[in-house]
Each structure stands twice: as structure tokens, then as C-alpha cells.
Design a protein. Structure first.
Length: 296
């Protein structure tokens, strides 16, 4: 900067105290901070609201409480309508882990068939499967409910889990197919020379190499199943079988006065399992979405 100033005094070139690249970088960072503030505002509001009395949550302009209280979290230990909070978390855990197991097993089997086995109508069936991504859930909601009602499976976890074990999640099948297609065909040929069949190739060769795609599918499945509200609302009738999402609804439905403090506190606690599951497997997320196959 000193040399530039001396050169400017001699008439060589003008002084540039703020280069354009620094101005652009400053503007980019300010914009990023503004977007971050908008994204984090709901999280900060929920954290602050969980420490406010119920009558100060709705209509209050303060983001954080001036006099924090722990009454909202204390009420969680008392349960809702004589039902312990742990019951809702246990039901959600069963649903989420059952969904993860079903998606990983069924979708990987279907993906192996599409990616590694040649059979008549493979391309047509794969195209039809991709086409189901365009089918809204609300179109099949009523027929599915009638079917499960005729089978007397309402008020059980079966309607929520059965589809996960039938490879109905076309997105995860597509994700795994793209990953498996990048694996060298020579691995299959070498395994067949050793006497391996498709099941052994799938289990011993393809699955270990597809771990990033499998874990990516598991993360999204866990988050979706844990946060699912419409499915449990349709098929579960008894409060003892409710998941966390339906348990949150009970804070508003009970009595004439809604317990917003308890609902927000439980919402914050309900985020912890999802956050823990994501942080435990986040290092595989980018590799799975990139579907890069083998790495040298």
C-alpha cells in the first residue's frame, strides 16, 4: 500500500485503498450472514420459547426470555394425559429404525437387480419406477387406507412399515442404482469364476462398496420417518401408540388452554435424536450423494 501511494504521488497510477475483490468478498460475507440469521431465527426462537412461561410465548416480541424458567421441561417428566413422554419416543424409534432397515435392505436388493442383472423388461420397469416419483402421496392415500382397513391392520405399525420393505421409495432405489452402475463389472466376473451367485456377490462385494449410498439413504429415511405426521395420524388411533409428532399435537388438543410451553420444549427435545443420527453419519453423506463409486 505504501508503494502504491508513493507511485500515485509520482503520477504512476491512482491509489486503490479498497480493491474491488475485497469489496465483493465483504458483500458476499454480509449476505451470507444475513441468510444465516434468517435460517437460525426459528431455532433461536424455539430455544428461547422453551424457557418462557406459556402465556408469554404467543404474542411476545422478545426472542429470548428475560426470566428463564424450567417449568416446561419439568412438565415433560409428568407426561401427557397420563402417558409418559418416553412412550412417544419409543414408538418413533421403532418406526424410524424399522423404516431404515426396510429401505436399506429392500431398495438395495431392487437396485442390484436393476444395475447388475440383465432381464427382459428391465429398462421399462426402471422407467415405471422412476415415474412413481411424480405420483403425489395424496393420490394413493385413500386406496391404501381402504386396503389396510380391509386387512384389519389399522392402529398398527404395519401400514407405516410395510412399504419400506417392498422398495417403494423410488428415489433411494435410483440413488443406489447410480452408485452400483459405477462399480467395475470385473468384480462380478471374478466372483462368478470363484463360484459366487448373485446373492453372494450382492452381500460380499456390492453392499460393502455401496456403504456411502446406503448410509445416505438411511439418514434421509430416519429423518422422514421420525418427522412423519400424516402417516401416524391416519393409521394410529390409540394415544399409547402415538409417535412424537402426534404427541406434540396432544399439547394443543387437551383442555381449553393449549400448553405451548410444553409443546415447544418437547419439540426441542425431539430434535436431539435426529441431530445425533445425522452427526454420527454425516461424513458419508457427501460421498453417497456424489455416487462416485470406487476411489483409487
Amino acid at each position: 500500500m505504501v508503494a502504491e501511494a508513493l507511485g500515485a504521488l509520482r503520477g504512476d497510477r491512482p491509489v486503490t485503498l479498497f480493491p474491488r475483490k475485497h469489496t465483493g468478498s465483504l458483500a458476499w460475507h454480509l449476505g451470507a450472514l444475513a441468510v444465516l440469521a434468517v435460517v437460525l431465527y426459528p431455532v433461536v426462537w424455539v430455544i428461547g420459547g422453551s424457557f418462557k412461561p406459556g402465556d408469554e410465548i404467543v404474542g411476545s416480541l422478545e426472542l429470548l426470555p428475560t426470566d428463564p424458567v424450567m417449568a416446561n421441561y419439568t412438565r415433560l417428566s409428568e407426561g401427557i394425559a397420563d402417558i409418559p413422554i418416553s412412550t412417544f419416543f419409543l414408538n418413533s424409534t421403532v418406526l424410524a429404525l424399522g423404516s431404515v432397515g426396510g429401505v436399506v435392505v429392500s431398495c438395495s436388493l431392487a437396485a442390484y437387480a436393476f444395475a447388475r442383472i440383465r432381464f427382459a423388461g428391465r429398462n421399462l420397469m426402471f422407467g415405471v419406477m422412476i415415474g412413481t416419483l411424480l405420483l403425489p402421496y395424496h393420490v394413493v392415500m385413500i386406496p391404501q387406507y381402504v386396503l389396510f382397513q380391509k386387512l384389519e391392520l389399522i392402529n398398527t405399525m404395519v401400514p407405516l412399515l410395510l412399504g419400506k420393505y417392498l422398495a417403494v421409495d423410488a428415489f433411494f432405489v435410483f440413488l443406489m442404482v447410480q452408485f452400483m452402475r459405477n462399480l467395475p463389472k470385473e468384480l462380478d466376473e471374478a466372483a462368478r469364476l470363484d463360484g459366487c451367485g448373485h446373492l453372494r456377490i450382492y452381500w460380499s462385494i456390492v453392499l460393502p462398496l455401496c456403504r456411502p449410498a446406503l448410509i445416505t439413504s438411511a439418514i434421509f429415511t430416519f429423518i422422514h420417518a421420525w418427522n412423519d405426521f400424516m402417516g401416524p395420524l391416519l393409521y394410529l388411533n390409540e394415544p399409547e401408540k402415538y409417535t412424537v409428532s402426534l404427541g406434540l399435537k396432544m399439547f394443543v388438543d387437551q383442555g381449553a388452554v393449549a400448553d405451548y410451553g410444553g409443546m415447544i420444549a418437547m419439540s426441542l427435545v425431539a430434535l436431539l435424536p435426529v441431530l445425533a443420527f445425522f452427526l454420527a453419519f454425516q461424513r458419508y453423506l457427501i460421498d453417497g450423494m456424489a455416487t462416485s463409486g470406487l476411489k483409487g
